[in-house]
Write a protein that binds this ligand. Structure first.
Ligand SMILES: NC(=O)c1ccc[n+]([C@@H]2O[C@H](COP(=O)([O-])OP(=O)(O)OC[C@H]3O[C@@H](n4cnc5c(N)ncnc54)[C@H](O)[C@@H]3O)[C@@H](O)[C@H]2O)c1
Length: 406
C-alpha cells in the first residue's frame, strides 16, 4: 500500500495514476479543504485527462485523508521552495513530512522523496530524521529519490510516457521501486544513487533555464541593434547542431524558475552561468514593462488603465499562476508605486489583482494596448479581435503588420 504525502500538482496525479493501475493508495494532505474537495468527488485543478483518471482511481478504492497512514511505501510530493536570501533550498516541507511519516511508518517501509531537491538534501536533512528515530537506513527503512519530470498541461500523458530516474542506496531497492512505477510508466527508468538522482533533476531544469536565458538575451541585443530576433533564430536553427529556443516574457512555475537557485545557493562562486541565466530570465517582466512604457510614449498614451495584460498563468492553457511573468510584472509595477494595468486570463477565475477581467470581449473593449504574455489557445483562435489595438506580443503569435515584439 502506498501513502502519497502532498496532493498538489504532482502528488495528486501520481496517486491517481498508481490507484488506477491497481495499486492500493491513500492520499494524505494537511490541507483540509483540499482533502474535502477530493472526498466530495472533485479534482482540485484543471488538467487534461485528470478527471477520467480520478474516476478510475475512485473505482479502485483510492482514499483521501489528512492523517498519515501505516504503509509499505510513502511517496512524498510536498513543495520545495528556495530561500530568497541564501538561494539554498528550503527543505522545511520535506522535513516536516518525513517527521510525520516517521510517527506511523512500520519497519521495512520505503520512503520515496518525489519533491525536487538540491543535491545532498537527503544526506543533510532526511537521513538524520530517520536515524533520530533509532531506525537503521537500509535495514529498517529504505530511502529513495524519484524526481518528477511532468509538465502541467500534459501531465497525464507524460506520467505514462516520460522516462524517469530512481535514486537509491541499494540497487535492489531501486529496482523494487522501479517495478512499482512501471505499473503505469512505459518510459525508460534509470536506477542510480540518490545524490546523482537529486543532481540530475536539478540539472535538467537548469539546462532549460540557461537555454531560455540565451534566447532572452538575444532578443534584448537584437532590439538594441534593430534586428529581427525571430528571423535570426529561425535561420540559425537551420544549422544542424543549433537549436535556439524562443524568447519570452520571463520564466515562471515552480520548477525552472526555482531549481537553478539550489545550485547557486549550494555552489556560490561556481554556478556563474546558472546565476546569470536566472538573472536574465528574472529581468524579462521588467523589460516587458519598459517596452510598454516606450510604446505608450510613442502613441502619446499617458493613461495606464488603457493597457491590458493578456494572460496571468506561467504557461499556456493551464490555470497555474505560480511565479508567473505577469505576477512578476505586476509586482514590479507596485515597486515603482504604479498600478492600474488591466489584466485578463480565461483560466484564472479568482481575482488576483484589482483590475482583473473575466470576459475577453469586455477586457478588449476597455483597453487600447494589449500585451500578450501567454499564448493560450483562446487568443490564438481569436487573434482577429485584436485588430485596431496596439499589440505588444511577447509570444510571437500575432502577425499584424503594426505589432510590437519583445
Ligand atoms: N508542479 C510541477 O509542474 C512540478 C514538476 C516537477 C516537479 N515538481 C516538484 O514536485 C514537488 C511538489 O510540487 P507541487 O507543484 O505538487 O506542489 P503543490 O504546492 O501543488 O502541492 C504540494 C501539496 O503538499 C501539501 N503539503 C505540504 N506539506 C505537507 C505535509 N507535511 N503533509 C501533508 N501535505 C503537505 C500541500 O498542502 C500541497 O497540497 C516540488 O518539489 C516541485 O518542485 C513540480
Amino acid at each position: 500500500m502506498i501513502n502519497v504525502i502532498g496532493l498538489g500538482y504532482i502528488g495528486l496525479p501520481t496517486a491517481l495514476m498508481f490507484a488506477s493501475h491497481g495499486v492500493r493508495v491513500i492520499g494524505t494532505d494537511y490541507n483540509e479543504d483540499l482533502v474535502d474537495t477530493l472526498k466530495s468527488g472533485k479534482t482540485t485543478f484543471e488538467e487534461e485527462g485528470l478527471d477520467e483518471l480520478f474516476n478510475e482511481a475512485l473505482k479502485n478504492g483510492i482514499e483521501f485523508t489528512t492523517e498519515y497512514i501505516a504503509a509499505d511505501t510513502y511517496i512524498v510530493a510536498v513543495p520545495t521552495p528556495y530561500d530568497k536570501f541564501s538561494k539554498k533550498i528550503d527543505p522545511g516541507f520535506v522535513i516536516k513530512a518525513v517527521e510525520n511519516v516517521m510517527t506511523v511508518c512500520p519497519k521495512g517501509a520505503a520512503i520515496v522523496i518525489e519533491s525536487t531537491i538540491a543535491p545532498g538534501t537527503i544526506d543533510k536533512f532526511v537521513r538524520p530524521i530517520i536515524a533520530a528515530k533509532g531506525f537503521v537506513i537500509g535495514r529498517d527503512i529504505n530511502l529513495v529519490h524519484a524526481p518528477e519530470r511532468i509538465i502541467p498541461g500534459n501531465m497525464v500523458y507524460e506520467l505514462k510516457n516520460n522516462s524517469r530516474t530512481i535514486g537509491a542506496d541499494d540497487k535492489e531497492v531501486g529496482e523494487g521501486i522501479k517495478k512499482l512505477y512501471s505499473s503505469f510508466c512505459g518510459g525508460d527508468i534509470a536506477v542510480t544513487d540518490i545524490r546523482t538522482a537529486e543532481m540530475t533533476k536539478v540539472v535538467e531544469n537548469t539546462f532549460r533555464d540557461i537555454n531560455i536565458a540565451f534566447a532572452n538575451e538575444l532578443t534584448k541585443i537584437c532590439r538594441l541593434g534593430d534586428m529581427d530576433v525571430y528571423e535570426i533564430i529561425r535561420i540559425a536553427n537551420m544549422h544542424p547542431r543549433v537549436n535556439i529556443l524562443q524568447p519570452g516574457p520571463g520564466v515562471g512555475g515552480h520548477c525552472i524558475s526555482v531549481d537553478p537557485w539550489f545550485l547557486v545557493g549550494e555552489y556560490p562562486g561556481l554556478a556563474n552561468i546558472i546565476m546569470a541565466a536566472r538573472k536574465i530570465n528574472d529581468s524579462m517582466p521588467e523589460y516587458v514593462l519598459e517596452r510598454v512604457f516606450d510604446i505608450m510614449k510613442e502613441h502619446s498614451i499617458t493613461d495606464k488603465t488603457k493597457v491590458g495584460i493578456y494572460g496571468l498563468t506561467y504557461k499556456e492553457n493551464v490555470d497555474d499562476i505560480r511565479e508567473s511573468p505577469t505576477l512578476q510584472l505586476l509586482e514590479s509595477m507596485e515597486k515603482h508605486l504604479a498600478d492600474g494595468l488591466k489584466v485578463y486570463d480565461p483560466y484564472v477565475e479568482k481575482d488576483i489583482t484589482q483590475c482583473q477581467y473575466h470576459d475577453f470581449d469586455k477586457f478588449l473593449a476597455d483597453v487600447d494596448i494589449v500585451v500578450i504574455m501567454v499564448s493560450h489557445s483562446e487568443i490564438i483562435e481569436n487573434i482577429d479581435k485584436l485588430k485596431g489595438k496596439i499589440v505588444l506580443d511577447t509570444k510571437n503569435i500575432c502577425k499584424f503588420e503594426e505589432t510590437y515584439y519583445l
